[in-house]
Write a new protein. Structure first.
Length: 342
């Protein structure tokens, strides 16, 4: 028999390892679906398409909402510190936190993982985090794609992307049009950097030594706000919302307020975390901090003042919302007062 001189495996793509990884995902996904006893979840990991039974939905006026995102260069630090079990939570969080901005309940999630060379140990840890993020969000890991791409990614490099789909009642959608003059803006605390501003952070870290405490703060997974926000949506306690990601506080809130109304923010009220105070000390201006990082606020809600006290019982002490501003009629789209306290 003639010996094969060239093969896919010799070129750097190991189909057998990829299949083993798919089997691993299918196994843990089946256990998860069985544990939840959710009839709408159909486990078909490994199929060409992912299935979800929408007929089980109790919403009479359903709207499908979708979102896609990644984790950015936080991946580089996960690689640097060799910690891969939480980066999947970040991936899910960046998608589902966008869904709930419009009042949608996450239904299912798909991931895309591109890697230079398959490393089963690393990839299983990443999937472990994705599964945890889905459990926190009460949604299904419905499928995904793994691409081994030698020559595009270096041996230890990888990239992640996520795609999520949610469902909302058309009557309960959170939109700009719900926002009115005199509404209140509440900030919901973040638990750290979440998944934005890491290119600036990595540039700072080139000149700094990192201790274990700082490493832990940097890689803390993004807070998932699904349960808390959906409690408010279902009770119609909020008018609009904003996920504070790239662009920072001001730009993201602006996306949730209609033209003709102004956002007024008292920067002095923002409760910053230690990691942001540390970043500020590294020759970063206030304006750069505010447009790059969440600075301690991971999510915002806009609501009637009469509902402010009603919503606080749905949050733990760590993530209790607090007033940072209000909506008014003004010529300026954004009015900022005082200075942020570092």
């Amino acid at each position: 028999m003639q010996k094969t001189k060239n093969s896919y495996k010799k070129s750097g793509v190991n189909i057998d390892l990829a299949n083993e990884f798919v089997k691993h995902i299918s196994k843990i996904s089946k256990k998860n679906v069985k544990k939840k006893k959710a009839p709408q979840q159909i486990n078909n990991i490994g199929a060409f398409g992912s299935l979800y039974d929408l007929s089980k939905s109790k919403i009479k006026d359903p709207v499908i909402v979708s979102s896609t995102d990644g984790v950015g260069t936080k991946l580089e630090l996960a690689n640097k510190f060799k910690k891969f079990d939480t980066i999947g939570i970040d991936l899910v969080a960046m998608c589902v936190n966008d869904l709930i901005v419009q009042g949608a309940k996450p239904l299912f999630f798909l991931d895309y993982m591109a890697i230079g060379k398959i490393n089963l140990k690393k990839m299983k840890l990443i999937i472990k985090g994705i599964m945890k993020g889905c459990n926190i969000s009460e949604c299904q890991l419905a499928g995904g794609e793994t691409a081994e791409m030698p020559g595009v990614y270096e041996k230890n490099k990888f990239d992640l992307a996520g795609f999520s789909v949610g469902i909302a009642s058309k009557r309960k959608l959170l939109t700009q049009s719900n926002v009115k003059n005199h509404d209140v803006i509440l900030g919901i605390p973040s638990n750290g950097l979440h998944s934005n501003g890491f290119s600036l952070l990595r540039n700072i870290l080139k000149k700094r030594k990192i201790n274990k405490k700082l490493e832990k703060q940097i890689l803390k997974p993004t807070k998932i706000y699904v349960k808390e926000i959906l409690n408010l949506v279902n009770r119609r306690l909020i008018s609009s919302a904003a996920h504070i990601t790239g662009g920072g506080l001001i730009e993201n809130i602006s996306r949730s307020v209609p033209n003709g109304l102004s956002i007024n923010i008292d920067l002095k009220k923002i409760k910053t975390l230690e990691i942001f105070k540390w970043l500020k000390k590294n020759n970063v201006s206030d304006s750069e901090m505010l447009r790059t990082f969440n600075c301690g606020i991971g999510f915002c809600v806009i609501l009637k003042r009469k509902n402010v006290n009603k919503i606080k019982k749905f949050f733990t002490k760590e993530f209790k919302p607090y007033e940072i501003g209000y909506i008014s009629n003004s010529k300026s789209k954004v009015n900022l007062f005082n200075k942020i306290q570092w």
